[in-house]
Design a protein around this ligand. Structure first.
Ligand code: PHB
Length: 466
């Protein structure tokens, strides 16, 4: 169950097999290019980068937009949070982040340093868990990012079978790291655990000594956890239980939409699946699922052994890193823009800032002669704002006359995966311009959309609320 799937070397790109699905390959290429561009590209640049006709790029992006995986914004295509369902299925099936992530989090707390888990991906390594310390000098690798195996500590652990590898500024000046292997019950290396620091805190040679005790204790706990976990029970999944969406409208490319569904068939309870199980789980015809699997195998996104298929970490090259490098205000931005347009008023997000104020973390205000002027970062008193009252008192809705004379605000909560209120969504406008109930209903709709995007994004990565 905890085998790290071996992915063929990236340097060899043989001709695709005859049965590979060309539209799926093109769609995956578009997702990879968007990922490499950190999430956003003009459609014209996508056409240039992929060598595809502009009309083909438009159809691919329309299909991806229909699935919610991409947002079309004027001339740009941008990766959208629902694409994280693909990365989440992969991370879930790999088991490592779910089983070992909490232990890595504790090590980071204990050492007050960044800690990561990485797995091999062909000649590269790919991060599947990251615990970042917020510092002025912060290291910005995120879940889904990859590094060349020869140029980082985890890569040296995998390549040279080292019991401990040191990265003395191999990746970047100032960055130092030590990595150690974490082994599964059969002795094979499942992942590398790294502690990452900066030369201002530790010289490379000294870092290993400074963290060795807690690092080794953590590896022992991780290996005990891997030992304790019996192979996941493979649940039978009947037809029609696929987590993915239904068939798109005819204007979109069906073979791309269907092919992508295959990747979401895997999860922690189904880390490996047979063709029959994939066809049943996704509701796809067996021949369709088979050709999609041939395509994915060619690209290194799945491997197969005997009759079972498993996803590889290379699936994380399809959008994961840019989407995990985000914040709640960024996730909310397109939803706030739509809400502001719908209401014609100023809308925003706030978080608590001490006991008596709230701080605005995002704001969209329509242009007009007299408009509400609350800037991102501004602090307002709790008692004069709906957002402040909501964050202080809880509940499903709050109203306030304020923050200035003549203004009225209404706020609703935005909740995280655990149901905790992480932010307040408000509309603030001149009194008498709208009624509280209409505003509250629109706010609730938008809060639900923001929360859905937050929940899918934060399954395996932490998303800062500001
Ligand atoms: C990281 O987790 O960011 C990291 C780990 C090991 C390295 C470099 C970076 O060698």
């Amino acid at each position: 169950m905890l085998e790290v799937p071996t992915v063929p070397s990236t340097s060899l790109t043989p001709q695709p097999p005859a049965e590979a699905v060309a539209p799926l390959m093109r769609g995956l290429d578009v997702l990879r290019r968007l990922t490499d561009a950190d999430g956003t590209l003009a459609l014209a640049d996508l056409a240039r980068a992929t060598g595809l006709a502009r009309s083909t790029v438009d159809r691919i992006c329309a299909t991806l937009a229909h699935l919610g995986f991409v947002r079309l914004d004027g001339r740009d295509a941008a990766l959208a949070p629902p694409l994280m369902t693909v990365a989440n299925a992969c991370l879930d099936a790999l088991r490592v982040p779910g089983l070992l992530g909490p232990l890595a989090d504790r090590l980071a707390d204990e050492l007050d340093e960044s800690v990561s888990l990485a797995v091999p991906d062909g000649d590269d390594i790919r991060f599947v868990h990251q615990v970042l310390r917020r510092r002025a000098l912060s290291i910005s690798f995120r879940v889904g990012d990859s590094l060349p195996g020869g140029g980082c500590a985890p890569g040296l652990v995998f390549r040279e079978s080292l019991p401990l590898a040191v990265d003395d500024q191999l990746v970047e000046p100032g960055l130092v790291a030590v990595a150690v292997p974490v082994r599964g019950p059969d002795g094979s290396v499942v992942c590398a655990l790294s502690v990452v620091s900066h030369t201002s805190r530790h010289a490379a040679g000294e870092l290993a000594g400074a963290v060795r005790g807690p690092l080794e204790a953590c590896v022992r706990k991780m290996e005990a956890e891997l030992n304790y976990q019996a192979p996941a029970a493979i649940e039978q999944r009947g037809p029609g239980q696929s987590p993915a969406t239904g068939d798109p409208t005819p204007a979109t490319i069906q073979s791309l939409a269907r092919g992508l569904r295959v990747l979401t068939a895997f999860d922690a309870a189904h880390p490996t699946l047979t063709l029959t199980e994939i066809a049943e789980g996704t509701g796809l015809a067996r021949a369709t699922a088979r050709r999609a699997l041939i395509t994915y195998e060619h690209l290194g996104h799945v491997t197969h052994q005997d009759r079972t298929y498993r996803p590889t970490p290379r699936i994380l090259a399809l959008g994961c890193a840019p989407l995990s490098r985000t914040t709640l205000p960024r996730i909310a931005a397109p939803h706030l823009a739509a809400l502001s347009k719908r209401l014609g008023e100023s809308v925003g997000l706030s978080v608590a800032d001490g006991d008596t104020s709230v701080r605005c973390t995002a704001r969209v205000t329509p242009r007009r002669v007299m408009s509400v002027d609350i800037g991102v970062g501004s602090r307002l008193p709790v008692r004069d704002t709906a957002a402040g009252r909501l964050l202080r008192d809880g509940g499903e809705r709050a109203v306030a006359d304020g923050p200035e004379a003549g203004l009225r605000s209404v706020a609703v909560p935005v909740r995280d995966r655990a149901g905790h209120v992480v932010s307040a969504l408000d509309v603030t406008a001149h009194q008498g311009r709208g009624d509280d109930d209409t505003w509250a209903e629109a706010l609730r709709d938008t809060a639900a959309l923001i929360a859905a995007d937050l929940h899918v994004t934060s399954r395996f990565v932490s998303v800062p609320v500001h």
